[in-house]
Design a protein around this ligand. Structure first.
Ligand code: TRP
Length: 331
């Protein structure tokens, strides 16, 4: 049986956190055997907020190296940079003419980002969901693994696909959300009611995949815990619960097993153990990323091959779209 197609992308902006690792990257690895996977580095999305050009370029390659270091296999999946496949921009333009301004104005992320970047509410920011729809639809995607923050965008991709198919006949596969297994959500170490975020202003709130052992341990030592002294997952103990979740996510044990492992121990010892576990898990990934980054020829080759594979698949869909809408493609 033919494999289903899975599509995902990340923006090369900001440093990834251990939450991105347990919630996204690890899933990319787990899904690569079962699905025909397209994984993009979404640099076209990234420029909807201002980026330093040299940093954007550097982060693009670093992200690629990180994904490979985490176990994404470029032989199995199509790993590529969005801007290297021109059909993304081309299909976006077509889809723009069948997406309504009102729909885009209602997008939660657009409203949030407009408030956060009030001096730079540009057209790209508003068009972000259409570019994302183009990403997904170009590859005749069956499933998209998305967290809650991207659900609304996936809905738009579905709506636009259905709208196009109704108007011009069957053209796009209508993508479904791939619901990720719950359990790996990681909260801020400083405010466990909030998601751990790569853009948190408090430097102790997030543990980055690039943090060295000292930084990781220091952040976990400073993690807020709760009153009392019991190490138990409970709604009234969000700080301790979060640390238990982190421990479980990085060791592969259950939260109950984690509770048992720390029964009778003090908070100090517990936080240190969680920090050491995370630091030890990150060390080999960081070493491998560093090794890969020293081999620019290899990374360049991966991206060239990925862009070519993506280009071929995307060209097929775009040509079909152009035919349906009456764009001249030669006689
Ligand atoms: N907007 C997504 C994010 O920031 C990244 C993204 C771009 C994406 N295109 C996509 C995710 C297509 C899934 C499918 O997380």
């Amino acid at each position: 049986m033919e494999k289903k197609t899975l599509y995902s992308a990340v923006q090369p902006s900001g440093n990834l956190t251990i939450g991105n690792y347990t919630g996204a990257i690890r899933n990319w690895v787990a899904l690569q055997d079962e699905y025909e996977c397209f994984y993009a580095i979404a640099n076209m999305h990234a420029i909807t907020v201002r980026q330093e050009p040299s940093e954007l370029r550097r982060r693009t390659v670093e992200l690629l190296a990180l994904y490979i270091a985490c176990g994404v296999n470029p032989e199995k999946c199509t790993l590529y940079v969005q801007s290297q496949v021109p059909q993304h921009a081309e299909l976006t333009w077509v889809l723009n003419s069948m997406t309504y301004v009102g729909e885009m104005e209602r997008m939660t992320q657009f409203k949030d980002k407009s408030a956060r970047h009030a001096e730079n509410v540009n057209m790209g920011l508003m068009d972000y969901p259409v570019l994302m729809a183009a990403d997904i639809l170009l590859y005749q995607t069956d499933v998209v693994p998305v967290g809650v923050d991207q659900r609304q965008h996936l809905e738009i991709a579905r709506d636009v696909a259905i709208r196009f198919n109704n108007r011009y006949g069957e053209t796009f596969r209508v993508p479904e959300a791939y619901i990720l297994k719950a359990g790996a959500k990681i909260a801020s170490l400083q405010d466990p009611e909030k998601k751990m975020s790569k853009s948190d202003e408090n430097p102790n709130a997030s543990v980055f995949l690039s943090d060295d052992k000292d930084a990781v341990i220091r952040k976990f030592k400073r993690a807020v815990t709760d009153s009392g002294n019991e190490i138990r997952a409970d709604e009234s103990k969000p700080g301790v619960t979060n640390l238990l979740n982190v421990y479980a996510a990085f060791t592969g044990c259950s939260v109950e097993q984690a509770e048992r492992a720390f029964e009778g121990k003090g908070y100090g010892e517990f936080k240190l153990a969680v920090g050491e576990t995370v630091a030890d898990a990150l060390a080999p990934i960081q070493a491998e990323q560093k090794r890969l980054l020293a081999d620019k020829a290899y990374l360049g080759g991966v991206l060239a091959a990925g862009a070519e594979r993506a280009y071929k698949a995307a060209r097929k869909t775009l040509s079909k779209v152009y035919r349906k809408i009456g764009f001249y493609q030669g006689e």
